[in-house]
Design a binder for this molecule. Structure first.
Ligand SMILES: C[S@@+](CC[C@H](N)C(=O)[O-])C[C@H]1O[C@@H](n2cnc3c(N)ncnc32)[C@H](O)[C@@H]1O
Length: 441
């Protein structure tokens, strides 16, 4: 038998503790990833935790059918251990005997040796049963599944399937430091295979890599960013590029951790556009992360700490362009953040909508006549997107402009007030954007 120190540092014990923190304490995976003591950065542990979350409802219903009686709430760690063991047996390549032995051993670490027999019996049965994971069409809570059907009557099946696919890793090459051609040569030399994307500075890796293993990472030659987010950056930049005769005064109102901000910085520098960019962000902690990122990339953008739904940070000079990449439910990123399926509740949507409306209506007054607001979210829900913009248009001197989405962007779906980027195959998370112009009087 292992001693208790080994048990408590084992991959499966640590994975079980991560799952418990998510399911019982409601801590999200991104927070766990930023903590050093969770072990979640380790590839096997990541696979176990993300895998259980990705197939949570399938695994849970499979387990329920095997149990004679429900596992008590106080033993949620044992239930999560079982889900993890079933996941490993059904979805990973670990030999079943190893998965069973290692999972059973975790019971000691949990101080629940009584559960060994139960875990052993359920996992043995799972290893001999025929239920094939390939048949799974979706893995969502009922409310979320129904909501997608209502909001996307023609595309919900594709979206639900895409939520089960592991996302591809996209890179944005920092053209302030290196040309795409030279960076691609570096990747070829390092034998890292990739594909091109609709955008010259963006590529998709065939296999995900740890950031430290990417050439030029430390010197800021490259950033990791979802291709959908890169697409949004281009759609916003196109508006600045079109009006380059008047130097733009741009606000990025919800800016951390700086993905779109630094992409925009790179685009205006590459296209030699004269403009000023100000970043606003409410969270000091996120400002710190953003400044660290800016340093690595070599970008120096002034950042204001402040609340976009208030006035006190504003110097009274109107902006010609405002980007509102709003705080949202992140429902479009479920394949990347599968914990959202468990942590997001339908009643939270109203809270997000109110927050978004406060930010939008407050910032509207800071826009010059004829100015442009670009609103985006990584949510798919109409409450946070079209229905919100509809409210703005009804209340303000606002006009919707048609977004010019490049033809090679395959996942765009136009709506009444904007455009969704649908989660599509492995390529992109789900997003929404809308372009709104302030009427000149
Ligand atoms: C979706 S994230 C922005 C992502 C960022 N634009 C990027 O591309 O990396 C939303 C950000 O808005 C910030 N935020 C939330 N409420 C805010 C408010 N009232 N004022 C300003 N920032 C806010 C959050 O802290 C979060 O960093």
């Amino acid at each position: 038998m292992q001693n208790s120190t080994t048990e408590k540092s084992s991959v499966r014990f640590l994975s079980n503790q991560c799952l418990k923190k998510i399911v019982v304490q409601g801590i999200n995976v991104n927070s766990l990833l930023s903590m050093n003591d969770t072990g979640l950065q380790e590839p096997i542990q990541k696979e176990l935790v993300f895998g259980v979350l990705r197939y949570f409802f399938f695994l849970d219903s499979y387990l329920s059918r095997q149990l004679k009686q429900d596992i008590k709430d106080k033993d949620m760690d044992v239930k999560l251990l079982l889900l993890m063991g079933i996941y490993e047996i059904k979805f990973m390549r670990t030999p079943a005997y190893a998965a069973i032995n290692e999972t059973v051993n975790v019971c000691h670490g949990l101080g629940k040796a009584w559960a060994k027999g139960l875990v052993n019996a359920i996992l043995r049965k799972a290893s001999s049963s025929e239920t094939k994971p390939e048949n799974i069409e979706e893995d969502l809570p009922v409310w979320l599944s129904k909501k997608l059907e209502a909001d996307f009557p023609d595309h919900y099946q594709m979206i639900k399937k895409a939520f089960l696919i592991k996302p591809e890793m996209a890179l944005r090459i920092n053209r302030s430091k290196i040309s795409p051609e030279d960076y691609k040569n570096k990747l070829n030399k390092a034998e890292i295979s990739f594909r091109s994307s609709p955008f010259e500075e963006a590529i998709l890796l065939d296999e995900p890599k740890a950031s430290a293993d990417l050439p030029g990472w430390l010197s800021g030659e490259v950033s990791i960013q979802d291709l959908g987010a890169i697409t949004l950056g281009h759609l916003f930049f196109a508006q600045i590029n079109e009006r380059r005769e008047n130097p733009a005064r741009i606000l990025d109102a919800c800016s951390a951790p700086g993905g779109k901000l630094f992409h925009l910085t790179e685009l205006v520098a590459f296209h030699k556009i004269e403009c000023s960019i100000t970043a606003l962000e409410i969270s000091n902690q996120r400002i710190k992360t953003m400044c660290d990122l800016g340093k690595r990339l070599g970008h120096n953008v002034p950042v204001l700490q402040g609340d976009a739904s208030r006035l006190d940070w504003w110097d009274k000079k109107p902006f010609t362009h405002i980007l509102v990449d709003a705080p949202c439910s992140s429902s479009g990123t479920i394949r990347r953040n599968p914990d959202i399926k468990l942590l997001l509740k339908e009643k939270n949507l109203q809270f997000f909508q109110q927050k978004q409306l406060h930010i939008l209506t407050n910032l509207w007054d800071k826009l010059s006549p004829g100015g442009l607001m670009f609103y985006s979210t990584c949510s798919l829900f109409r409450e946070e997107n079209d229905l919100l913009i509809q409210k703005l248009v009804e209340e303000k001197d606002a006009e919707i402009l048609k977004l010019k989405v490049p033809e090679n962007v395959a996942n765009a779906l136009f709506t009444n007030y904007g455009c969704n980027l649908l989660p599509f195959d492995k390529i992109s998370d789900g997003f929404y954007c809308s372009l709104i112009s302030k009427k000149t009087i």
